[in-house]
Design a protein around this ligand. Structure first.
Ligand code: ADP
Ligand code: MG
Length: 245
């Protein structure tokens, strides 16, 4: 589904991503983990076109998308969410997801006459799958942080992606919200046959959902494999796990 080769990004003289090669198979749930400043968000921005790599290639379903603009990459079936929540706080939950559906599918010729009802069923269906239907009429900005991240997920899913990149999907969530969000992600990925690539700094979250894990340290992948293999890796234990104990 996704193939990265020799990806580099430097800011001035500083290498934030230093030659990352990684492939993600279709239908997999894969995680990129690493401490703060490891280069996770930068790597994701290189993949989704929000940053142009200094070197290297990004290939999506066999097609080279290196340096393509974000909207084009999005249209090719790559959805994403950001580390900082990105929603319209003054619109309702319904309107946020509906707007995303309209943006992706178009509004036909009759936009102004019917806008309030446009994609109503699809919007409600999507909200139901996220457990947000009872909050449809609430202003998104008034929701809990966890619910706001779920709305953002709804916005990403409105584009009907094949692969979804989530940058710290549980950042700032309570333990309960985190558990719920992980269960939700798992369910949605299975239901839609999605490929999921997410970053995370919380190891528990990662090991409860990821099938493959890549460990990023100072912009380099120091280990890649199953959760069990990564957990046993001495280099990983030294530079990453070691920092927390
Ligand atoms: P992570 O998401 O793993 O916490 P980031 O990708 O956000 O890491 O950052 C990796 C490194 O690159 C950090 O040292 C950060 O300060 C630096 N960095 C990120 N974006 C920029 C930028 N636009 N300009 C300069 N340095 C940056
Ligand atoms: Mg980050």
């Amino acid at each position: 589904m996704l193939e990265l080769s020799g990806l580099r990004k430097s800011f001035g003289g500083f290498g934030a991503v230093n030659g990352v090669s990684l492939s993600v198979e279709r239908g997999r749930i894969a995680a990129v983990i690493g401490p703060n400043g490891a280069g996770k968000s930068t790597l994701f921005n290189l993949i989704t076109g929000h940053l142009k790599p200094t070197e290297g290639r990004v290939v999506l379903r066999g097609e080279d998308i290196t340096g393509a603009p974000p909207h084009r990459i999005c249209r090719m079936g790559m959805g994403r969410s950001f580390q900082r929540t990105n929603i319209f706080p003054l619109l309702t939950v319904f309107e946020n997801v509906q707007a995303a559906l309209i943006a992706h599918r178009g509004h036909g010729r009759n936009f102004w006459a019917r806008s309030a009802r446009l994609y109503r069923e699809e919007t409600e269906e999507l909200l139901a799958s996220l457990g947000l239907l009872d909050k449809a009429d609430v202003k998104a900005g008034e929701l809990s942080h966890g619910n706001q991240k779920q709305v953002e997920l709804g916005i990403a899913l409105a584009g009907d992606p094949d692969i979804l990149l989530l940058d710290e999907p549980t950042a700032g969530m309570s333990a309960t919200e985190t558990r719920e969000t992980i269960a939700l992600l798992k369910r949605i990925a299975e239901m839609r046959g999605l490929t999921l690539l997410f970053t995370e700094h919380d190891m528990e979250v990662v090991f409860s959902i990821a099938e493959r894990i890549a460990v990023l340290h100072q912009g380099r992948i120091i280990a890649e494999g199953t959760p069990e293999a990564v957990q046993r890796d001495p280099e990983v234990r030294r530079v990453y796990l070691g920092e927390r104990h």
